[in-house]
Design a protein around this ligand. Sequence first.
Ligand SMILES: Cc1ncc(COP(=O)(O)O)c(C=O)c1O
Length: 510
Amino acid sequence: MVVFKGPIIPTPKTLDALFEPTMFRDYVELVSGRLEHYLADRSVRGLALSNPPALLETAQALTERPSAASPEADAGRLAAILDLYIRTGIQLYSPGYMGRQFSGPLPLAAVVDLAGSILNQPASFYEAAQLPNIAERIMADELNRFVGFAPHRFTMVTTSGGSLANLTALLAARNDRLPHAWSEGLAGTRQPRPAIAVGADAHYSICRAAGILGIGEGQIIRLPIDRERRIDIAAAKRTLEAARRHGLQPFCLVGSAGSTSVGAFDSIDQLADIAAEQDLWLHIDGAHGASLLLCDQLRHRLHGIARADSLTWDAHKLLFVPAACTLLFYKDKDKARGAFRQDASYVFDKHANGHADYEGAGKNLECTKRAMIMPLWVSWAMYGPAPFADKIALLCRATTDAEKIIAGEPDFETLHVPQANILCFRYRPAGLPESRLGNFQVEIRDRVRAEGDFFISQVELDGTAALRLVMMNHRIEPTHVRQLLRQIRKIGLEILAGAERAQPEVSQWV
Ligand SMILES: Cc1ncc(COP(=O)(O)O)c(C=O)c1O
């Protein structure tokens, strides 16, 4: 048992005492003290990965309330739970975190999120969440200045994550192009078969959406990609023609603005030309990269975005707010309302009260939806767009710097020129057999993670695994990248020498 230093908060004995306002303050003090320490720790650390059964045992022990509980023991148990929560997480604010697309949120955004947990205003309906719905309207206008849709025609709605936004946009596309599908379903009876065309590197949520929407994964047309892993436009046209000859009728074209694997940006202008020629709905999955619109020097990656019909934009990635907060933009608000077609007297008020224009209910799947816009709106209101743009520019620059450093090492290879803040590479010492190349990267990645200093990810490119950096922390400097490379080299040579290393056990922490 840890020796607890900090405020002792007696566990309430009555129902009413559980809701005592001063307890809220005491709990916040306890939690914020620990989180301040977490935020202040600039050491290089990644993830302390534990074995699930060991963590389960530790967490189960913390679940049990001792029969003779004392205020000190209770406070110690609460602190131990918080410490375990912090220590088993990826250390998002450390320069050792280079592995995933979610960010260490802005502290202000996190505090507003906490306020949202007490206020608990479900944001689909105006009467339940007045300010969040107005904030959505404001952020829609603010961010549309960067997207460029016609101000009086476009709309934006928040959804719980990019996967759900992609599903919702594709549903709107399906209902627009196949108006009977909502009531009749598809039932596999239509000829030619409705299909969705996507780049070969598209996020898996697109294919998943095709399955959910009854289009069927079999009706996904995979468009070839070029050496930079962007949709190859000439080959895409040929593939679409071939698909039509094989009985498919594409109604929607999906491009990536920042692919998950390497952060590649498809040419939106060229995709928009195809969409216009072939009467396709153009959806751009900018879950990762739409935030580059805020940067003067990077905006061109999304050139032509105003020609898209819909755009997914994750604020919990490169806008540094707590997950999930996704913004789904539509060029035409009437098409957004076409996504869902329901009557439900208990929520959708038939007697027009003017609220419908100010609420998400008709445009988002969720009935109860977190007021996810509030952390973003308040941060934007307090700081303006500059810190977002500055941080994104720094992250992209750090990625370009990393590419130069890695390319300069003879035993490493970089796999692309970074377009954003993602970089894939391999450690490839002389003598490594080609047949071991992929598994070797996976082993290295796992052992880097087990060392605990860095958290990086892996990705499969053309069937062979690679190491993947996602720069989400502006405190990452070239020296951290060099330190990572030294560790990868050491581990790689150990693996080749056949050395083993054990995983840390979580139970030693508590
Ligand atoms: C390009 C792209 N689209 C969609 C998603 C899914 O977004 P979410 O994780 O918010 O559901 C991701 C997530 O990484 C992504 O990179």
